[in-house]
Design a protein around this ligand. Structure first.
Ligand SMILES: NC(=O)c1ccc[n+]([C@@H]2O[C@H](COP(=O)([O-])OP(=O)(O)OC[C@H]3O[C@@H](n4cnc5c(N)ncnc54)[C@H](O)[C@@H]3O)[C@@H](O)[C@H]2O)c1
Ligand SMILES: O=C(O)C(=O)C[C@@H](O)[C@H](O)[C@H](O)COP(=O)(O)O
Ligand SMILES: [Zn+2]
Length: 355
């Protein structure tokens, strides 16, 4: 397996998932090992690791799939299974799934007996390039995204892009949104390559290369600022408005995939970047057309602006009663902590609606 190891994260690209995992769990051979999956990843992915010594069906913790279940009830059920299974402080939790099991399992591990080790094996594109890396763990609460959580680094992250074979197209596209976000943070050549990549008919070899580059971008930022005091806020591009869209959709019992919300949020936020910082309008229009084509459109009306804005007042980047955005002056030229007034946010929401 190839290591992308840096100071903060310990990410490996798998050559052979079962063999590589066997090596990584060697130090836990005398401890109890639990595997957290959702129902889909239990069916599609667990069989690939089920025969490894120390891993057993009886120590599987299986949740319902989807972000609606990244909540307190599911979290309690994970803690319960750990207690019932006799987990002690030296137990290991393997999160085998997308961002939902990685976030939830990471938080369960961070809090169980004040912290047990966990390994992430991300099974969605989104989790491979983003959610499994960097130590943000948590759950949604009272309608707000990741309202409860902690920073706790996985012991290791083991990425195997062959796991994506069973992933459906909407979830593949969803993960691609975070790769587009990373490309906007990096530079124009990568952005061009990413937007030109045919995610609807993906060449998996080429995608694997882009995945490795995308992980490195996230890893560099996290290593520079693991606790999001500063530059890590860059990784939140598209999320202030994107999370508000996600919460709004969840409230209306019509949940949307996280990456879709981020893509729509990036359109509105890059428009904000245009009016605040002179980000080129032509590039905002390009992303608008691209997003409409790949992700479709998010629907709301002017009557929803107050709800959306109120949700943004819960964003974790806010300080001193001000909503702070991560915006761009140009591709790769990042402006964190950019305060925007309510009328500017409304203008961005209107731009999205009208385009
Ligand atoms: N911690 C972070 O840094 C971070 C970063 C980005 C996103 N997130 C969070 O991640 C979550 C979204 O993650 P996600 O998009 O991976 O969602 P997810 O984990 O809900 O997975 C999406 C769907 O794909 C299914 N699935 C997963 N792997 C599969 C496979 N290999 N084959 C077939 N089906 C499979 C799942 O069962 C689920 O139905 C959100 O909660 C978001 O807030 C966290
Ligand atoms: O790792 C980070 O930092 C990110 O912001 C990555 C985001 O893609 C991710 O959605 C994260 O969960 C958002 O966190 P939050 O702090 O805005 O809830
Ligand atoms: Zn995200």
């Amino acid at each position: 397996m190839q290591s992308l190891h840096t100071q903060e994260t310990d990410v490996f690209l798998a050559d052979n998932l079962a063999n590589d995992l066997e090596q990584l769990i060697e130090p836990f051979k005398n401890e109890k090992i639990f595997v957290l999956t959702d129902k889909n990843t239990h069916r599609h992915c667990f069989p690939l690791i089920s025969r490894i010594e120390g891993i057993s069906e009886e120590r599987c913790i299986i949740t319902d799939p989807g972000d609606e279940y990244k909540n307190t009830e599911t979290l309690i059920s994970v803690w319960q299974k750990l207690v019932e299974g006799g987990a002690n402080r030296h137990a290991l939790l393997i999160n085998l799934g997308g961002g939902m099991p990685c976030d939830l399992g990471g938080f369960a591990a961070a809090t169980f007996k004040r912290g047990i080790a966990f390994i992430n094996i991300p099974t969605t594109l989104l989790a491979q390039v983003d959610a499994s890396v960097g130590g943000k763990t948590g759950i949604n609460f009272m309608g707000y995204k990741n309202e409860i959580g902690s920073f706790m680094q996985a012991k290791h992250v083991l990425v195997d892009t062959t796991l994506l074979k069973t992933l459906d197209q909407p979830n593949l596209i969803s993960g691609f949104a975070e790769m587009i976000k990373h490309a906007y943070l990096k530079n124009e050549p990568l952005l061009k390559r990413t937007l030109n990549f045919d995610i609807l008919n993906p060449d998996m070899q080429e995608l694997s290369k882009l995945v490795a580059e995308s992980i490195k971008i996230k890893d560099e930022v996290v290593t520079a600022d693991p606790f999001e005091k500063n530059i890590r806020k860059a990784l939140n591009l598209g999320h202030t408005i994107g999370h508000a869209f996600e919460s709004f959709a969840l409230k209306n019992n019509q949940p949307v995939l996280h990456g879709y919300a981020v893509a729509w949020g990036m359109v509105a936020e890059l428009y904000l970047a245009h009016i605040k910082l002179g980000f080129p309008l032509k590039m905002v229009e390009e992303l608008t057309a691209y997003t409409k084509n790949i992700f479709g459109s998010f629907s709301y009306t002017k009557a929803d602006f107050d709800y959306l804005y109120e949700t943004m007042t819960h964003d974790k980047k806010n300080q001193a009663g001000r909503i702070n955005f991560t915006l761009l002056k140009a591709v790769g030229d990042i402006a964190i902590n950019t305060h925007c007034e309510v009328h500017e946010v409304h203008e961005a929401l209107s731009f999205y609606l009208e385009n």
